[in-house]
Write a protein that binds this ligand. Structure first.
Ligand code: MRU
Length: 358
């Protein structure tokens, strides 16, 4: 008997009684394709915090389903108990990670859905509406990724070298990705590219996840250590840089994985255009600039034991910010599902994005 291949979808809602969330455990890639079942909201919180599910859009989608899981046990209870639990679950999931605004965007959508429906629906019906909203968030993300791919592919030319940092692929979204969607669409259009992948210390999302996704699709991929990007640019191997984003302020400053700011500075020094790809719900127009973006601090052991063994002396002090902010002036353009933002400035962002609401 042959064993069926393990599914590789990032996030699957399994509609049983009771329903549960089935995630691809990204901490185990690329050597093991393992899925994790979340049957309680605490497991979703843990999966987000520990990066089993990660990447701004995927975090938002998982959290939306997490709301449904958290409310499942009170689905047949009183409306008051249901609404009290809803507030608890929303507040709890909001503490899982601080930087990616997609998390708060998705939780806000779930809250608004409940407010709209609460007047006319009893808890079982309200729960189904919330599940419908989580599914809508999931489906919309798929569509936005494909739209980003189409907008972005136009900036790439056959034969170019492209550098990317961290993972902004199908694993970080419903499917297809943001920065990687641009590369996948260009490939589908017959453009041949060479992608340089920063390994992305400390947690190696580039090496473990992006290199895995690109090689699976047969895109010529070269993995480099983060410290090699300057030399690779100086050698003229890179014509475009494209990364994802976790939160974009009203002025176009972009928070993304730690190291992105350094890559943007290198790109400027070598006259290489630096692009960001992100859906409209990664914009946080309530903040004027990147200085207001909360930067997640992660545990020291990710730096001292990041490669599976201890690589630093005991008790050394560690600083481990998970994200940095790239100022708008270093960014040539932002590729969104609603169009290309170029130049990157508050006025053009307002024109293209309008509002970051659904
Ligand atoms: O800490 P992570 O792995 O969640 O960080 C992910 C990134 O920084 C991605 O580049 C970003 O979320 C965009 S994903 C489409």
């Amino acid at each position: 008997m042959t064993t069926p291949p393990v599914r590789t979808e990032t996030i699957v809602w399994v509609d049983r009684q009771p329903g549960y969330l089935d995630l691809l455990d990204q901490t185990r890639l690329p050597t093991e394709v393992v899925r994790v079942e979340c049957r309680e909201v605490d497991q979703v919180w843990e999966a987000i915090r520990s990066l089993r599910v990660r990447g701004a859009p995927a975090i938002g989608i998982a959290a939306a389903y997490g709301v449904c899981l958290g409310l499942q046990p009170v689905r047949d209870g009183s409306p008051d108990a249901f609404l009290a639990r809803l507030n608890q679950v929303l507040d709890y999931l909001a503490t899982s990670r601080p930087t990616a605004v997609n998390l708060f965007w998705a939780l806000d959508r779930m809250r608004k859905c409940a407010e709209r429906s609460a007047v006319r629906s009893d808890p079982p019906a309200l729960w189904r509406e919330l599940l419908g909203e989580a599914r809508a968030i999931h489906d919309e993300d798929r569509r936005m990724c494909h739209a980003i791919g189409h907008v972005g592919a136009a900036i790439l030319q056959n034969g170019q070298g492209v550098l990317t940092h961290c993972n902004a692929g199908g694993l970080a979204t419903a499917e297809y990705g943001t920065a990687l969607a641009v590369l996948f669409t260009a490939q589908d259009q017959g453009k041949s590219l060479r992608v340089f992948v920063d390994e992305t210390r400390p947690l190696l999302q580039g090496a473990r996840l992006t290199a895995w996704e690109l090689t699976q699709r047969g895109i010529p991929t070269t993995l480099i250590c983060d410290s090699m990007a300057a030399q690779v640019m100086r050698e003229g191997r890179v014509q475009v840089v494209i990364t994802g984003a976790d939160r974009i302020a009203a002025n176009g400053d972009v928070a993304n994985k730690i190291g992105t700011y350094g890559v943007a500075l290198l790109a400027r020094a070598h006259n290489v255009p630096f692009y960001v790809a992100a859906p409209h719900n990664t914009f946080d127009l309530s903040i004027a600039s990147g200085s207001e973006i909360p930067i997640e601090q992660r545990p020291a052991h990710e730096v001292t034991h990041g490669l599976g063994r201890q690589t630093a002396p005991d008790n050394v002090e560690v600083y481990n910010p998970a994200f940095d902010v790239t100022p708008a002036e270093l960014i040539r353009g932002i590729i969104t599902d609603r169009g290309l933002i170029e130049p990157v400035c508050a006025e053009r962002i307002r024109q293209v994005i309008g509002s970051s609401e659904a």
